[in-house]
Design a protein around this ligand. Structure first.
Ligand SMILES: [Zn+2]
Length: 230
């Protein structure tokens, strides 16, 4: 091969190599970009979660109204039951269980657990858990202490998990749907546990509106254990 021809072959090989290397690099970049986008989508597809919790029931009128609304929307919630409200509402308690909601304990007489004796506190909790068990066949592991007052020592006497809240709807104070929405919606974020009471019509209406609004924003509704055990 004459020297000029050799140079031409080298030049072609060189150009070919540069072309292939460039193409390969572009390919790698493209694959990387696609992978990152898939990862972003994968993370984004994990819907933010929120738990609605209802204290003080069951209520003869408003708990069934709430259950109807939850059923229509395919939403599971958590109900912290007051033992003294079970009598006369046995079928409602069974319905809560049958429809897949989580049932928790809210003491028998809505007592301040930090103010009563240890024996009385244990009695308040056990009596309620037993009453729930008799009707539903489930012995609940969760307790919401009234007024959020829990005594650390109680954990040695009753093997229960206290469940507090991150968003207080103040529904029992305002009893006004609009005000409840204004209190709750700006506070909600992924993992929020919302405190409400299923003993007022305004609470039920607000809860259903909260569901509609947050579902439209991509939130999914879970029971409180789902957020606690994560
Ligand atoms: Zn309460």
């Amino acid at each position: 091969m004459s020297p000029p021809l050799k140079r031409l072959v080298f030049l072609f090989c060189g150009l070919g190599f540069m072309f292939l290397a460039g193409w390969e690099a572009a390919n790698v970049r493209e694959t990387f970009r696609e992978t990152s986008q898939q990862e972003v989508r994968a993370v984004g597809s994990e819907a933010p979660k929120v738990a609605l919790t209802f204290d003080d029931g069951p209520h003869s009128q408003y708990t069934p109204m709430l259950l109807d609304g939850l059923k229509e929307r395919g939403v599971k919630a958590t109900f912290f039951i007051q033992g003294q409200n079970i009598e006369g509402n046995e079928e409602i308690l069974k319905r809560i269980q049958k429809e897949g909601h989580l049932i928790g304990n809210h003491t028998f007489h809505h007592v301040r657990l930090s103010k009563v004796s240890e024996a009385e506190a244990v009695e308040e909790i056990e009596r309620t858990s037993n009453a729930i068990y008799e009707l539903t066949g489930v012995y609940t592991a969760f307790v919401r202490p009234p007024f959020g007052e829990w005594k650390k020592d109680l954990e040695f006497h009753v093997t229960m998990i206290p469940v507090l809240w991150t968003v207080d709807s103040r529904d029992w104070i305002t009893q006004d749907k609009g005000q409840i929405l204004d209190t709750v919606l700006p506070e909600v974020e992924d993992g929020s546990i919302i405190l409400m009471h299923d003993e007022f019509e305004s609470s039920v209406e607000a809860a259903l509106q909260i569901i509609d609004t947050l579902q439209a924003e991509g939130y999914s509704f879970v029971t409180a254990d789902d957020l606690l055990l994560e």
